[in-house]
Design a protein around this ligand. Sequence first.
Ligand SMILES: Nc1ncnc2c1ncn2[C@@H]1O[C@H](COP(=O)(O)OP(=O)(O)O)[C@@H](O)[C@H]1O
Ligand SMILES: [Mg+2]
Length: 226
Amino acid sequence: MDTILEIQNLSKVIKGHFLLKDIQLKIDQPKVYGIVGRNGSGKSVFFKTIAGLLVPTKGTVKVFDDHIGKGKFPKDFGALLDTPGFLGHYSGLRNLKLLSSIQNKVTDEDLKKAISDVGLNPNDTKPVRKYSLGMKQRLGIAQAIMEKPKLLILDEPMNGLDESGVHDVRRMILDFKKQGMTILLASHNSEDISILCDVIYKMDNGKMTLLQDNKPLDHDRVVKSD
Ligand SMILES: Nc1ncnc2c1ncn2[C@@H]1O[C@H](COP(=O)(O)OP(=O)(O)O)[C@@H](O)[C@H]1O
Ligand SMILES: [Mg+2]
């Protein structure tokens, strides 16, 4: 199978601090990969480096065989990062239209479907500044999936969601997996990670280690309360 993500000897140093330390990772199977780790351990820095928003100090990041960094962003890739930047005075749909006009790969129908897939109303004209935190988070996920990426990064997607929102997002993640997406998920909630992830890594002070591989998943726990 083709390599989805390949990271070799990746370090990120800012102002003399090692935020990432010599990370190695090779992913060639579409599964859900989880990263656990306390606040400040480097999960978001790691994801931003994969997204091409931070350039490695040392080492390489390859997504589908393209080298990422220095102005090169991954293809077939979507991400919910910790700072979804929407324009507050526009509707959700208008925001996604603007963001998707960069790649110009998807139709309005695709955008509407992405918005309804995350449980929002695509015809809602309310400006995003009036959205609750949970609605913004859902729109962030819609933005991440709108171009039907093969590799999806979700950085703390449950942030700001109530119990039913968490439940919806868990189901979404399992649906995306069924559609063949590879998903990298960071969460400080160990229950989310244990229910959703086939493979689990731990980030500790910028060092990443494998915690568990090919874990049997108890998907029933996600759908039980339907
Ligand atoms: N742009 C940046 N410049 C300098 N330090 C940063 C930057 N972004 C994050 N950091 C630092 O890197 C460390 C890891 O942060 P982060 O990846 O956000 O942690 P996590 O997502 O695991 O909570 C923290 O000490 C944070 O303060
Ligand atoms: Mg983070």
